[in-house]
Design a protein around this ligand. Structure first.
Ligand SMILES: Cc1cc2nc3c(=O)[nH]c(=O)nc-3n(C[C@H](O)[C@H](O)[C@H](O)COP(=O)(O)O)c2cc1C
Length: 444
């Protein structure tokens, strides 16, 4: 994966108050499919490689054990299954790719492999599958689990899930399709075989009941951040989705991934990381700073608590008036939650012995939930300088998954119209889409 690549993260176009603010669509509201089609056209005009949709099916309910604040303030809720929206977006575009998220912890690989094969047909080879292990108990509860599988088991299941998908995608090769009109012979049965999979988590006979798709295998994206998650990503991922923000953490992720890829016999140069990067771009630095200040007003205190607790899988409402970070980490681990995100970043910055008051913790939380603690904010030239420097410092493979805390479409329009052209003018991006499929365009 050479050169810098760009994706737009559209996981949250309307939540956390974005829908109500100046700069959001007026007269159209989530989930109007025309909204998404317009975004796709704008992003393709800018030459963005991929639109990306993260997912989670549960309404945040970790904070005080209730869905009320998430429902009241629209925190990470509501969310649609984006696969039909992707089909509609692909009809008005021809080059841009689409990343769709499903959980290997809850879904079945036969269903997902078949769905992605169909989406690869509909999009003309522009689909990517972001496979997630899922960290949230609200998601688990929708699929009949009282608690999440243990962390290591989730990754074992993911590896088996992807293995099954890959074998299903290979089970009907293009050369098997004969379609001879004279004889009426459709396909060569000698080339279409069951996979007869009987594993720890799944039993799947196969073969896939579908035609081979343009990419055969959709582009595989994975976002695990722990040592175990990184080891799994090295087995199959074409592209990694990583936490951006702090360069030391990015460099650590890159180093661990390179070692894991080498251990799998894969070339570390071939796998890029798209760094999650929240951006506020203005025509001037001052305009960007004004818009940044507005974001803090979108949120209520309850919304911040609901957001942070959901993402961590840990109820922060009971945080004491004063505590050491190490105590919080130990409590989170005992509750089988991941002290990544806010708590991980605080530990990286201040160390486990650092003492915080509850008020200080929630002040950090506010900036974390809004993403303002790791937002790149400024004029197009300032942001392009920062990205070029960060790209070189993190191995020059992959690129950026942009998101914005601003209302849609204005936040995305500004990235497409101000920042992306600046990067292209500098030669940081390819001048045009090099191919027709997402694999060709990402060079994976
Ligand atoms: C940048 C990034 C984006 C992610 N997006 C999603 C998502 O959309 N849905 C989801 O359920 N999990 C998502 N995750 C969670 C991961 O798939 C994974 O479950 C989580 O990082 C915990 O695994 P780990 O302990 O290996 O990091 C994301 C993680 C990262 C780092």
């Amino acid at each position: 994966m050479t050169g810098m690549h760009l994706a737009f993260d559209l996981s949250f176009t309307h939540t956390e108050g974005r829908w109500a603010r100046a700069g959001s669509w007026v007269g159209r509201t989530f989930p109007d499919v025309r909204m998404f089609q317009e975004i796709a056209v704008t992003a393709e005009r800018a030459g963005i490689d991929m639109l990306f949709f993260g997912d989670g099916s549960g309404i945040p309910d970790t904070w005080r054990g209730s869905i009320e604040p998430a429902v009241e303030w629209g925190v990470q809720w509501p969310r649609q299954d984006m696969s039909p929206f992707i089909a509609a977006m692909s009809a008005v575009t021809s080059r841009i790719g689409f990343g769709l998220t499903y959980s290997s912890t809850f879904m079945h690989p036969f269903y997902v492999a078949r769905l992605l094969n169909s989406l690869d047909h509909v999009t003309g080879g522009r689909i990517a599958f972001n496979v997630v292990a899922s960290t949230r108990s609200a998601d688990a509860a929708n699929y009949g689990f009282e608690e999440l599988l243990e962390h290591g088991l989730r990754y074992e299941r993911m590896e088996e899930f992807i293995d099954v998908c890959q074998r299903l995608w290979d089970s009907v090769p293009p050369e098997a399709i004969v379609m001879d009109r004279d004889s009426g012979r459709f396909a060569d049965p000698a080339l279409v075989s069951p996979i007869d999979h009987d594993g720890d988590f799944f039993r799947v006979k196969g073969p896939l009941s579908s035609m081979p798709s343009p990419q055969r295998h959709p582009v595989l994206v994975q976002a695990g951040n722990s040592p175990r998650g990184i080891a799994t990503s090295a087995k199959f991922a074409d592209v990694i989705f990583g936490f951006g923000g702090a360069v030391a953490g990015q460099q650590r992720h890159r180093r661990m991934l390179d070692e894991a890829l080498a251990a799998e016999g894969r070339d570390p140069a071939s796998v890029g990381i798209l760094w999650a990067t929240q951006v506020i771009v203005g025509r001037t630095a001052e305009e960007a700073r004004t818009r940044r200040a507005e974001v803090l007003e979108f949120w209520s205190e309850e919304a911040v608590g609901a957001y942070l607790s959901h993402n961590a899988g840990y109820d922060f409402s009971g945080v004491p008036e004063r505590f050491a970070l190490g105590e919080l980490v130990a409590q989170m681990q005992a509750a089988n939650s991941t002290p990544a995100g806010l708590v991980g970043r605080l530990v990286d910055e201040y160390g486990v012995d650092h003492q915080l008051t509850r008020a200080e913790f929630f002040e950090h939380g506010w900036r974390s939930a809004t993403g303002l603690d790791h937002t790149v904010c400024g004029s197009p030239a300032e942001i392009a300088d920062a990205l070029e420097e960060n790209f070189a410092a993190t191995g020059s493979r992959g690129g950026y998954m942009f998101s914005t805390p601003l209302p849609t479409p204005s936040g995305l329009d500004d990235i497409a119209e101000l920042l992306v052209p600046e990067l292209r003018r500098r030669g940081a991006l390819a001048p045009s889409y090099p191919g027709a499929t997402l694999r060709e365009n990402l060079r994976v």
